[in-house]
Design a protein around this ligand. Structure first.
Ligand code: S3P
Length: 169
């Protein structure tokens, strides 16, 4: 029985929402949002980390925090959108738990980002076609990493029960 489930996918794909629902359904499991874990550990918001240390600095902190949570038990971890694409993060996740890629089209990702209020430095100030183009481009760069996941979920249609069936609880 797996002790960790990692939800990966682009910003806005629903990792945190689904992660919380899953942890609520799976008795004695908890949800860890990797961004929130980073913010709590370093006492700084994600936008402040990007502003002060740049993306490179953020990625190092993110990888260190991922290693830390990869030893926790009975956790659903919501990774950041870029987590699988840096260092050996994808291998760490695949070796220590079940990885699920929440796949969405660029247009569905765009639609979901419209209703999300999380501050995201990479898309700060972007809207309309510029944001659709950015998502399309970034997603095509990132898909080969995301597709290393053990399971690919249709994030638009899958419900909690579909994930639970695969997790084996
Ligand atoms: C990022 C996604 C964010 C956060 C950071 C960078 C990315 O997480 O880690 O802003 O590179 O896609 P969410 O996917 O939870 O928004």
């Amino acid at each position: 029985m797996t002790k960790r489930v990692y939800l990966i996918g682009f910003m806005g794909s629903g990792k945190s929402t689904m992660g919380r629902w899953l942890a609520d359904t799976m008795k004695d499991w908890s949800f860890i949002d990797l961004d929130t874990f980073i913010e709590n550990k370093y006492h700084q918001t994600i936008p402040d980390i990007f502003a002060e240390k740049g993306e490179d600095g953020f990625r190092k902190m993110e990888a260190a925090c991922l290693k830390e949570v990869s030893s926790f038990e009975n956790v659903i971890v919501g990774a950041g959108g870029g987590t699988p694409c840096f260092f050996d993060n994808m291998e760490v996740m695949n070796e220590t738990g079940l990885t699920i890629y929440l796949q969405l089209t660029p247009q569905d990702t765009y639609d979901r980002l419209q209703t999300s209020k999380n501050p995201r430095p990479l898309i700060d100030g972007m809207e309309g076609q510029k944001l659709v183009d950015f998502i399309t481009q970034k997603l095509s760069e990132r898909e080969s990493f995301y597709k290393k996941a053990q399971i690919i979920a249709d994030a638009k249609n899958w419900e909690v029960k579909d994930y639970i069936k695969l997790i084996g609880k």
